[in-house]
Ligand binder design. Structure first.
Ligand code: BGC
Length: 755
């Protein structure tokens, strides 16, 4: 961690010195004074409720527990005044006056919410991702928070899983870059500064691979797959200095992550050199009981021994570790080590110097929801949108004429922020209707709801468990449809805002059918039948299955859930003030039966015919193609780009060398625009089956109308490495293929050799 590295440099100790040499005197001094109960108290993370609780339990008697030294941190408490009250109890009324960590889930912006992480990842713009994280850190710390339960870096290849919305999609290379941008954005260069926040990498590990896409479910995966496809983003975040890690709900190789010694100690600390602390997920320690690992005392001892340092909400550590110590099931050293890690985090965030450092009552007004922040949120949203289709170049619209703005999400403030925005306030969100009026004030814009998000009352009840997101109208579906069709007929163009309510994705929001709900499908069909030009603005927290809509004569702009500036940002793109440049970071399947479908699949010994036609005894389906509807990396622009002249600067490289691919990209259309140039690699022959191709580089470039640029992407020999059957990270000499283009189906190809 930053402080320790600095300390090392100053006192001239080897970076690989023993932990004893690295110890922080202040922390050691405190540890020397602490009773065993006080040490156990530091391992306890509570939430007093009042925020969003993602489990059934919220903590009781929090104030008196803080006073008696039984609490190391809190979450779900915000605002300088409220946090100060808690901090004052810890500092003034507990025996040793140890300040509290104050955590929060700041997943896509604090109060100035920006697009859900899956949307943000579609920007492929690491500077912007970092700026987003910096803004979130500044706002959250202004409100008293010093620890953020983000980034979520779980690779997800099953869009049924609602939490695909919270991460960067399916690719470990892109996911790693985004993990680094977020960690460095949150933590800055100095964690003790008042505007930086401790990051928490989650959910360690493999949570994105839950069976059947059902949340909190089991995970079973070979180590080869783990290391080659899933672990990189966690490791990248840790290499970037992330201060903490959250263990996941699922099991890894048969042992729940929260009690998995191989995961939390052998891999995380011993192999990867992680020096921060590990917190459980919400009651994930207690949940090892139903997982079948024993009673609360047994699972608590198991978790501590495995390397878990802090127990979120479940109080298993608090209530059983002393007994386990007395019975010889854990040692005092186990408890001291965990406590030390928690105290070190408090130290590096500056809380021992000033426990009230994040509690300046003037800051919220100065730092939260400022005009600059809202401007950035608007910009981030425009960069996250992906143009999926532009039939007859319906988009961009001109700012005159009569527009029928239709659909259940067109004027729905409660569905703009996206899932996991408990710190945001949807009342501040700009609806699409408002955004259109702001940006195209000379157009005539009329609105009709047209359909409910879903007509299914049981489904709506499930979705609405945390607040009403699907509002079933008092009017009949037929009346609503009729009104929208009438409006469409008298308009020049129709814009239909359709898709998912915010809580149709996110935690505990898995779906087995990821299509647009039936009520809205009917609306889309009826609008298309009017013969008017139709643009669909599609909102969702996941890839959807839209083969029918994709075949219709419509334009489709995918906007995810854009955050507080939703309406303005959508209007910016719809009316051409910004030319969309987003690219999908998770593959869009044709249907649920294809899942998992992702770009870095392996080849089979019986590949399907290139033509896509079915062939017996080949790896294909009787009733659907193998190819997804939309590949990873896909996204259009209002302009067009042509790729040509791919060249490598070498035909052969040796270990330690690098190779550059250069391609000419030309803007051949009518608008200035940005393009994400993508480079994929194939290892032709190696000791374990290679993926068909893997993303290994990208560059986002701006090209004026008619402009050409040479874009170079450099690979080092290390980029050719993979984990072999012995789990050694190696590269093997031989032939490699490079593909460069506009998405993962890139066709331009060159070859080279590794000596
Ligand atoms: C989620 C975590 C979150 C935690 C605290 C859990 O249910 O899985 O992502 O950080 O709750 O709110």
């Amino acid at each position: 961690m930053y402080y320790k590295n600095l300390l090392f440099a100053l006192i001239g100790l080897s970076f690989l010195g023993t932990r004893a040499q690295e110890r922080i005197p202040k922390v050691e001094e405190l540890l020397g004074k602490m009773t065993i109960e006080e040490k156990i108290g530091q391992l306890n993370l509570l939430t007093p409720g009042g925020g969003v609780a993602t489990g059934e339990v919220v903590s009781k008697d929090v104030g008196s527990k803080i006073k008696s030294g039984q609490v190391g941190g809190l979450f779900g408490v915000a605002g300088p005044d409220r946090v100060r009250k808690a901090q004052e109890i810890a500092v003034n009324d507990s025996r040793l006056g140890i300040p509290l960590l104050i955590g929060s889930d700041v997943i896509h912006g604090y109060k100035t919410t920006y697009p859900i992480p899956l949307g943000l990842s579609a920007s492929w713009d690491m500077d912007l991702v970092k700026q987003a994280a910096q803004m979130a850190a500044r706002e959250a710390t202004a409100d008293g928070i010093n620890w953020n339960f983000s980034p979520m870096v779980d690779i997800a290849r099953d869009p049924r899983w609602g939490r695909i919305s919270e991460g960067a999609g399916e690719d470990p290379y892109l996911g790693s870059k985004i993990a680094v941008a977020m960690v460095t954005g949150y933590q800055g260069d100095d964690l003790a500064a008042a505007h930086t926040i401790l990051a928490c990498v989650k959910h360690f590990a493999l949570y994105g691979a839950v069976e059947a896409g059902r949340d909190y479910h089991s995970v079973d995966m070979s180590k080869i797959k783990m290391f080659n496809q899933y672990m990189q983003p966690y490791k990248a975040a840790i290499d970037a200095g992330a201060a903490s890690v959250m263990s996941s709900f699922n099991d890894v190789d048969g042992v729940p992550a929260t009690g998995n010694k191989w995961l939390l100690t052998d891999l995380l600390r011993d192999q990867w050199g992680f020096e921060g602390f590990v917190v459980s997920d919400y009651t994930s320690l207690n949940e090892m009981i139903p997982h079948g690992l024993g009673d609360l005392q047994a699972v608590s001892a198991l978790a501590l021994k495995a390397g878990l340092d802090m127990d979120m909400v479940g109080e298993g550590f608090l209530t059983t570790l002393k007994k386990s110590l007395d019975e010889g099931k854990v040692t005092e050293l186990d408890i001291t080590n965990a406590c030390r890690r928690v105290l070190e985090a408090k130290y590096i965030s500056g809380l021992f110097d000033d426990p009230y450092k994040y509690l300046d009552a003037k800051r919220p007004k100065k730092d939260i929801l400022t005009e600059d922040n809202r401007d950035l949120a608007r910009k981030l949203a425009t960069r996250s949108f992906v143009l999926l289709k532009n039939h007859n170049n319906i988009l961009p619209l001109n700012k005159l004429g009569k527009i029928a703005l239709v659909g259940p999400l067109a004027d729905s403030r409660e569905n703009m922020l996206g899932t996991w925005a408990p710190t945001g306030d949807f009342n501040l969100a700009v609806t699409i209707l408002e955004g259109f009026k702001n940006v195209a004030s000379n157009a005539t814009i009329e609105y009709a709801k047209g359909a409910n998000i879903s007509d299914d009352a049981d489904f709506a009840k499930n979705v609405n468990s945390l607040g009403e997101r699907i509002v079933i109208d008092e009017r009949s579906p037929e009346d609503m449809l009729q009104e929208a069709v009438e409006l469409a007929k008298t308009s020049d163009v129709v814009v239909a805002v359709v898709g998912e309510a915010t809580e149709m994705s996110g935690e505990s929001s898995s779906r087995t059918d990821i299509s647009i709900p039936e009520s809205q499908k009917k609306l889309i069909k009826a609008l298309v039948e009017t013969g008017k030009p139709v643009a669909l603005i599609l909102m969702s927290g996941r890839p959807l299955t839209i083969p029918e809509e994709f075949d219709m004569p419509v334009s489709i702009l995918q906007v995810w859930h854009p955050g507080v500036e939703a309406g303005n940002a959508i209007a910016d793109v719809v009316f051409g003030d910004y030319n969309p440049s987003g690219k999908l970071t998770a593959t869009w399947p044709v249907n649920v039966g294809q899942i998992p479908v992702y770009h870095s699949v392996k080849a089979t010994g019986r590949p399907a015919p290139e033509s896509g036609e079915f062939q017996k005894f080949r790896s294909n389906y009787l009733d659907a193609p193998n190819a997804p509807l939309l590949p990873f990396g896909y996204g259009l622009s209002y302009t067009t780009f042509e790729y040509g002249n791919l060249k490598l600067n070498k035909k052969e490289i040796a270990q330690g060398e690098s190779i550059s691919a250069t391609v000419t990209v030309k803007n051949t259309g009518d608008y200035d625009g940005e393009e994400v140039v993508q480079l994929y690699l194939k290892d032709v022959v190696r000791s374990i089956t290679p993926p068909k191709r893997q993303l290994k580089g990208f560059e986002k470039v701006m090209l004026k109308k008619g402009e050409s640029k040479e874009v170079s992407i450099t690979l080092s020999a290390d980029d050719l490495k993979f984990y072999n059957a012995q789990l050694e990270f190696v590269s093997e000499p031989g032939d490699f293929e490079i593909f460069v283009g506009t998405n993962s189906d890139a066709k331009l190809k060159e070859t080279f050799k590794l000596k």
